[in-house]
Write a protein that binds this ligand. Structure first.
Ligand code: NAP
Length: 384
């Protein structure tokens, strides 16, 4: 797959029509004002079930919510917008105060959904967004490649603020490293945005290690967001130790292994055309038979701990480091409630040792992403 083909595939994968997006903007615009009036408080019991964690100096709930699929699911269906808004609001009532989106999700539409949903309690939650894919700031049209030129970053953030109905992005990530722009220049743009109060913290996603060091030296980084789960443990080798060394928080994306760890995928599952998981060789029929050993392990532990596989997968991530905050994605209320309660599951030291030993004995076959997509990960920004 060439980079352009990948961009096309990703466009379909993340895609949502501009027509839907502009309709949503109108709907959202009316809501923000009235919503300010009704501030919703989190019940104390929900906060206890979802205790706070620190990403750098930023305090968030121990479980977040990713809204990437709220404009289009992996199965390629378009979820009902009012239901997505209700899920986000119910997540907040269940102690979730950390919401993850990006301009690429939709594109633009997921930011609009999130902005509308959180309007009644905007000041009590932490919202993230990401720039970096080459998306037309006005139309949301996806173009090939990446763009982190300082002028573009600033324009992108202005668009985010409008769509999210807010005056600041609490945590702004570079979605992927732009191989044409020194990270010092990106940090400079973010620094300017911070001086204007438009951005409070920044982070990087799937970056190279030296780029993270350079970025942090230029402007302290709050969080790294990369794929990490029982299914993909790549960050354990170098990224997590570097985060620990620098005092940077870690936000695992696809913490449920894109759904695999919940037990909802078996040998018979066939992915729809346009479902990104169809392109991942770890889910190809030839590798899946082997990889389902992991799902059986998670299910066994769910029985043992009298809980669900999703909670086992999330609680395992929480148990790795106190500065890890997973952002499971869902478009279903029941799944959100399941995930939001994962912090109630704790492993004793003996249990964790046993679970890790079982995990270490499993070798996952196949790649987490197609080669053309993987090429965007671990990239080092050019020197200034
Ligand atoms: N930085 C990056 O490059 C990057 C890349 C990918 C994702 N992300 C972020 O990470 C978030 C999460 O990642 P993700 O959505 O790719 O993967 P994920 O959270 O590992 O898994 C999501 C899948 O699991 C299903 N699911 C969720 N909870 C479940 C439960 N309790 N029981 C059964 N099935 C459940 C969802 O389906 P239903 O909708 O049916 O529940 C969905 O198909 C995204 O929303 C996005 O914010 C970031």
């Amino acid at each position: 797959m060439s980079k352009n083909e990948f961009d096309g595939a990703r466009r379909n994968f993340l895609g949502n029509s501009v027509a839907v997006a502009s309709g949503a903007a109108l709907a959202g615009a009316g809501l923000a004002g009235s919503a300010q009036a009704q501030a919703r408080a989190i019940p104390e019991s929900a906060t206890r079930a979802n205790p706070r964690r620190k990403l750098g100096k930023l305090e968030v709930s121990s479980l977040g919510l990713g809204v990437q699929n709220m404009a289009r699911t992996y199965q390629t269906t378009v979820p009902a917008r009012p239901e997505m808004i209700e899920i986000i609001r119910k997540a907040y009532e269940n102690g979730v105060t950390f919401f993850d989106t990006a301009e690429a999700y939709g594109p633009h539409e997921c930011e609009r959904i999130l902005g509308e949903a959180i309007a009644p309690f905007r000041n009590r939650v932490v919202i993230t967004s990401k720039f970096g894919w080459n998306i037309d700031p006005q139309t949301g049209e996806r173009r090939p490649g990446l763009i982190s030129r300082p002028d573009h970053v600033k324009q992108a953030v202005d668009g985010m603020l409008k769509r999210l109905h807010t005056d600041r992005i609490d945590l702004l990530y570079q979605h992927r490293v732009d191989p044409a722009v020194p990270i010092e220049d990106v940090a400079g743009a973010v620094k300017d945005l911070m001086a204007q109060g438009k951005v409070l913290h920044w982070g990087l996603s799937e970056m190279g290690l030296q780029t993270l060091r350079r970025a942090h030296a230029e402007l302290p980084v709050t969080a790294v967001q990369s794929e990490y789960s029982m299914l993909w443990r790549g960050p354990e080798k170098e990224v997590l130790p570097l985060c620990q060394e620098l005092g940077i928080g870690f936000v695992p994306w696809s913490p449920l292994g894109v759904g695999f760890l919940t037990g909802s995928i078996d040998q018979q599952t066939s992915f729809a055309d346009g479902d990104f998981r169809k392109t991942e060789t770890r889910f190809a029929p030839e590798t899946r038979a082997n990889n389902l050993v992991l799902v059986r392990l998670v299910k066994r532990w769910a029985e043992r701990k009298n809980t669900t596989p999703a909670r086992i997968a999330l609680a395992w991530l929480l148990a790795q480091k106190p500065w890890i905050v997973p952002i499971p994605g869902t478009t279903q209320m029941a799944h959100m409630l399941d995930n939001a309660g994962a912090a109630t599951i704790a492993f004793s030291a003996t249990e964790l040792q046993a679970l890790n030993a079982e995990l270490d004995a499993i070798t996952i076959q196949g790649e987490r992403l197609p080669p053309a997509v993987l090429a965007f990960s671990g990239v080092e920004a050019p020197l200034k």
